[in-house]
Design a protein around this ligand. Structure first.
Ligand code: RIB
Length: 276
C-alpha cells in the first residue's frame, strides 16, 4: 500500500530543544513511532512563524507521512494551505492550541489550580507567578487556574515576567526578592531551577524565606537542592500518545478527529514549606 512504500517519516516541530520537557516528549514519540517503523525528523522552530512555515513546506516536499506540531507560531493558514491540500496528517500539542485536528492535551487549568491549592494549604497568601510576556494559550490556562484559586480567598497573585529558561529565572530573582512574597509559582521547571539559584546567590533561602513550585516535572528537578516541588506532566506518555494518534491517522485519514486529555499531578518535594 501507499504508506508502506513511503518515506515512513514523521516531522516533529518543537519550540526549544534545550528544554528537557521537549527531549522527553521526543523520546516518547520515537519509541512509539519505531513500533510502526516510522522515524521522527526533529525540527526546532524557536517560536518563529516563518521558520515553522518553511519547515512544514520542507516536510511536505520530502513527503513526510505526518507531522506533530507542538510549536506555537504555526497558523491555521499554514495548516489549511500546506497540510490539508497535501493530505498530510498532523497532531496538535501543547503550545499549539489551534482546534482543527487531532490533539493531545493536558489539563493545564487543573495544573495551575493544584499549584495554588498546595501553596494556600501551606499558608501562603502573598505570592507571585512567573511567566513569559507572550504566554501561549496553554500557559495562560495555568495562569488562570492558579489565579482562580487565590481569588477564592480574596488574594491576587503578582506577576513577574520571565522567559521560560534557567537564565531568565535566575535574572528574575532580584525582582522576586523585592516583591516580598512568600511563595512563587514558576510556570516551568527550567525557570524555577534558575530562580532557586538566583535566590540562593542573593542570600534568600528556599524554602525558609521563599517557597518555589515549578511545572513539568523534568528529571533534573529531583537532583537540585532543595529538590523541586512541581506539577507533573506525563511528558513521555504525551509523546507516545501523540505518535500513536498520528500513526492511526496516517492509516485512517478519514476517521473523525480525536482529542485526548491527560492528567497532571502535584509532586511535593523540598522547595515548598509552611509559611512561618
Ligand atoms: O518547559 C516548557 C514548557 O513549555 C512546558 O511547560 C510545556 O508544557 C511547554 O508549553
Amino acid at each position: 500500500n501507499l504508506v508502506s512504500q513511503s518515506t515512513r517519516t514523521i516531522g516533529v516541530l518543537v519550540p526549544d530543544l534545550s528544554n528537557a520537557f521537549f527531549t522527553s516528549f521526543i523520546r516518547g514519540i520515537q519509541t512509539r513511532a519505531k513500533v510502526d517503523q516510522f522515524v521522527p525528523l526533529i525540527l526546532e522552530t524557536n517560536r518563529n512563524e516563518e521558520l515553522e512555515r518553511d519547515y512544514v513546506q520542507e516536510l511536505v516536499q520530502r513527503t513526510a507521512n505526518g507531522i506533530i506540531i507542538s510549536s506555537a507560531a504555526i497558523t491555521s493558514d499554514t495548516i489549511d494551505n500546506l497540510l490539508k491540500p497535501n493530505h498530510i496528517p498532523y497532531i496538535l500539542f501543547d503550545q499549539n492550541t489551534l482546534t482543527s485536528g487531532d490533539r493531545v492535551d493536558i489539563n493545564e487549568h487543573e495544573g495551575g489550580r493544584l499549584a495554588a491549592q498546595h501553596l494556600i494549604e501551606l499558608g501562603h497568601r502573598q505570592v507571585a507567578i512567573m511567566m513569559p510576556k507572550q504566554a501561549t494559550l496553554n500557559i495562560q490556562a495555568r495562569y488562570t487556574g492558579f489565579c482562580a484559586e487565590f481569588q477564592k480567598i480574596g488574594e491576587l497573585p503578582k506577576t513577574v515576567l520571565s522567559d521560560m529558561t534557567p537564565q531568565a529565572g535566575y535574572s528574575a530573582a532580584d525582582t522576586v526578592r523585592k516583591l516580598g512574597v512568600s511563595a512563587v509559582f514558576a510556570i516551568n521547571d527550567e525557570m524555577a531551577i534558575g530562580l532557586m539559584k538566583g535566590l540562593k546567590d542573593a542570600k534568600v533561602s528556599v524554602p525558609e524565606q521563599v517557597s518555589v513550585i515549578g511545572y513539568d516535572d523534568v528529571e533534573m528537578g529531583a537532583y537540585v537542592t532543595p529538590m523541586l516541588t512541581t506539577i507533573h506532566q506525563p511528558i513521555y506518555e504525551m509523546g507516545v500518545e501523540a505518535a500513536k494518534l498520528l500513526v492511526d491517522r496516517i492509516h485512517q485519514p478519514d476517521a473523525p478527529y480525536e482529542s485526548l486529555m491527560l492528567p497532571v499531578s502535584l509532586v511535593v518535594r523540598q522547595s515548598t514549606r509552611r509559611r512561618e
